[in-house]
Design a protein. Structure first.
Length: 101
C-alpha cells in the first residue's frame, strides 16, 4: 500500500513527538523549503563502517546532506566530543555533508 506525501510527512514528524525542540526546528526547515519534491527522512538510521548505528535528525539523501539539531544536552564536554566522533563516522559512511543547528 502506497502512502500519500501528506501521510509520509505526518508519519515522519510523529517520530519526533518526544523531542519538541527538534520537531519545531525540522518543521520550520521543511516549511521554509516549501518544495514537495525534496526527499527528507527524520531519524534516518546510518550504519558506520565499523558497524555502529546512528540516527541523523533530518536527512536529505538526494542532496547528500543531513542536519543535526543540537539540544541543550549537546553542550556538555563529553557529548561535544561524542558528537565530533559521531559526525566523522556518519560522513565516512555516507559522504554526506553535515549542518549543525
Amino acid at each position: 500500500m502506497r502512502i500519500t506525501k501528506d501521510e509520509y510527512i505526518l508519519k515522519s514528524f510523529s517520530k519526533l513527538r518526544n523531542k519538541k525542540w527538534e520537531l519545531y526546528v525540522i518543521t520550520r526547515i521543511i516549511h521554509l523549503l516549501n518544495d514537495p519534491e525534496i526527499e527528507f527522512v527524520c531519524q534516518q538510521p546510518i550504519k558506520s563502517r565499523d558497524g555502529n548505528r546512528y540516527l541523523t535528525d533530518l536527512c536529505f539523501p538526494g542532496l547528500k546532506l543531513y542536519c543535526e539539531i543540537d539540544e541543550s544536552h549537546h553542550a556538555n564536554e563529553e557529548n561535544f566530543y561524542a558528537d565530533i566522533s559521531r559526525e566523522r563516522e556518519i560522513i565516512n559512511a555516507t559522504g554526506f555533508e553535515e549542518i549543525r543547528i
